[in-house]
Every structure is written in structure tokens, then in C-alpha cells.
Design a protein around this ligand. Structure first.
Ligand SMILES: Nc1ncnc2c1ncn2[C@@H]1O[C@H](COP(=O)(O)OP(=O)(O)OP(=O)(O)O)[C@@H](O)[C@H]1O
Length: 303
């Protein structure tokens, strides 16, 4: 029978040194999906990964990874799982390409994806560099490549794009989006919420030791009922007339035009037109995942 879920966590509690880090957490990750776990620093994301991967024993609750209990660690799960932890150790004295070949060999996997990954992650120029001489960004990308090289069924990436320059980040995001990787289940953490919004099928927001919300980015945004912001570049001289119109909750004059907030875009446009406000070149901005996160956690995210 095929396993329905790649990760199934129920009522998980983890207490370390009398500190309650996870407090009855539930997480379900569908096979083949791209699942983001986002939350403030210290929320417990790494502890959750460690427990799901079997590095840490749950204090209580149930954890299932690819249909199996991951703790104590199971050799049969190793080849099916890829891991990019926040701090990665590499084999010393090996060149980048040799390192990836060695990882493939350890898992008894074909070396066929080594070249593709090196190219996709823009590591060709560094392929013959010893791992101890790689730059921070190159090491980060090698860590991701090492997690993917044996083509696991599920891959865990802990802040894979942290600390990369914009071009390297873009390349990595493109790789993660590529069809090759999409066959895998990906569970990842990030502090870049715009990236999570673009990449993830499903996002779980973790805070205070629990998952506070799970859903597709668009569903989380819709459920949060954030409303929209409308920028009216042509109405700068009409700001006073906009104040108090029905369906408009706030009015702000900016260098680019008058910015109004509304819970109902259609009603706002109807009220603006009826009052003779110039809505030419209006731009509508709907809520973002970042706004949902702020609403739920009360904390600004740090990218
Ligand atoms: N071995 C440990 N001993 C004591 N406290 C720990 C231990 N491991 C984790 N913690 C604490 O548990 C909390 C959760 O840590 P964790 O690393 O899981 O958070 P995180 O969400 O991954 O954070 P970040 O976004 O900063 O990486 C933190 O307050 C951390 O200090």
C-alpha cells in the first residue's frame, strides 16, 4: 500500500533540559509536495527536523517518516532521505566534485545526477576546488547538492538559501522548482517569506512550540482576511475627499499617490467612483504571506 503522507507528526512534545520546545505539534506533509515550515528564531524548526529525522527522541507524541518510526534510526530510511542541516560537515581533503561522488557512492546511488547538480547550482568553476577552500555560498550550495545527489524520496532543507547573494539564491530557487526535484517531497525552512510564498504548495507557521496554521499560501492569505491596499497615483489632490468613504479603512498620502486600505476591493472602487475620485492607473496589492505571519506571530520576520 503506498504511504499517504511523507511526514505525519501527531501531538509531538520535545522537552530539552526542562525547556518545553515543542508542545503538542501536529504536522502532515503530503508525498510529492513542497512544504515550508516558517517561524521566528528559536520557534523549534530545527528541533522539529531533528526529531522527524530520528536524531532526537520525542518526549511524547507520534512521528512517522515515510510510514516508519524514525527513532531509533533506521538504516532502511537513510537512502530515501536527504538532509541539508544548518551546519554541514564535509569530507576533508576532497574536491567538491569528489565529495558529491562519494555521497552518491555511500548511498549506492548512480553518479548521474552529480554533473547536473553542479551545473544547476552554478558550481562548475568550483568543481575541482577542495571543500575547505570553498566560499560560504559555495559550501551552502554544496550542502544542498549533497542532500539531493542520491535522489531521495524526501529532502529536508534547513534554510538552504540563507546567506546566498541574490543571483545564487535565484539559481537555487530555480533548481528547487525544477521538475527533477518536484518529484521528491521537500520540507524546508526559510526566513524569506516571499520565497516561501512562491515555492511552497503548503506552508506551516510554527510559533510557541506548535503549528499555528497550515495551508497553501493563497489559502492562508485568504483566511487571514487581510484586505487589500489600493494605490491611487492620480488622486493626490483628492485625499481629503477619500477620507470617510464607505469601505475604506485608512487613507495615507505617499510620494507615489494616495494609498487606501480596504477589506473589499470592489466596494472600495465603487465608492471611489461614486465620489468622483480619479482611479486612473490604480494598483491593487493583496495581502502577502508576510502579513499573515505578522498577524499570527506578532513578530516581524528577519530575512
Ligand atoms: N540542546 C539544546 N539544549 C538547550 N536548548 C536547546 C537545545 N536545542 C535547542 N534548544 C533551544 O530550543 C529552542 C528552539 O531551537 P531551534 O534551533 O529548534 O529553533 P529554530 O526555530 O530552528 O530557530 P532558528 O530560526 O534560529 O534556526 C531555542 O530556544 C533553543 O535555544
Amino acid at each position: 500500500m503506498p504511504e499517504a503522507l511523507a511526514v505525519d507528526v501527531e501531538n509531538l512534545a520535545v522537552t530539552i533540559k526542562q525547556k518545553h520546545i515543542l508542545k503538542g505539534l501536529d504536522l502532515r506533509v503530503e508525498q510529492g509536495s513542497f512544504h515550508g515550515v516558517i517561524g521566528p528564531n528559536g520557534a523549534g524548526k530545527t528541533t522539529l527536523f531533528d526529531t522527524v529525522l530520528g536524531f532526537r527522541q520525542p518526549t511524547s507524541g507520534r512521528v512517522s517518516l515515510l510510514g516508519q518510526t524514525p527513532h531509533p534510526r533506521r538504516p532502511e530510511l537513510l537512502a530515501r532521505v536527504g538532509i541539508q542541516p544548518q551546519k554541514t560537515a564535509f569530507f576533508t581533503k576532497t574536491r567538491l566534485i569528489e565529495h558529491l561522488q562519494a555521497v552518491a557512492d555511500i548511498f549506492g546511488a548512480s553518479r548521474s545526477s552529480v554533473g547536473t547538480l553542479v551545473e544547476a547550482l552554478d558550481l562548475t568553476a568550483a568543481a575541482k576546488t577542495k571543500v575547505e577552500n570553498l566560499s560560504g555560498g559555495e559550501r551552502q550550495r554544496l550542502a544542498v547538492a549533497s542532500a539531493l545527489v542520491h535522489r531521495p524520496d524526501v529532502v529536508f532543507l534547513d534554510e538552504p538559501t540563507a546567506g546566498l547573494d541574490p543571483a545564487a539564491r535565484q539559481n537555487l530557487v530555480a533548481l528547487l522548482q525544477s521538475a527533477d526535484v518536484l518529484g521528491m517531497t521537500t520540507v524546508y525552512t526559510t526566513h524569506y517569506l516571499d520565497e516561501a510564498e512562491r515555492l511552497c504548495d503548503t506552508v506551516s507557521i510554527i510559533d510557541d512550540g506548535k503549528i499555528q496554521r497550515t495551508g497553501s499560501p493563497s489559502r492562508l492569505i485568504a483566511e487571514a482576511d487581510l484586505g487589500a491596499t489600493i494605490l491611487l497615483p492620480a488622486a493626490l489632490h483628492q485625499a481629503d475627499a477619500i477620507e470617510g468613504l464607505s469601505g475604506i479603512t485608512s487613507v495615507r498620502v505617499t510620494d507615489d499617490g494616495v494609498e487606501v486600505r480596504t477589506p473589499d476591493t470592489a466596494a472600495a472602487f465603487a465608492a471611489l467612483s461614486a465620489a468622483g475620485i480619479d482611479t486612473g492607473s490604480a494598483q491593487v496589492h493583496n495581502g502577502r504571506l508576510e502579513d499573515v505571519y505578522l498577524q499570527l506571530t506578532g513578530k516581524d520576520y528577519v530575512a
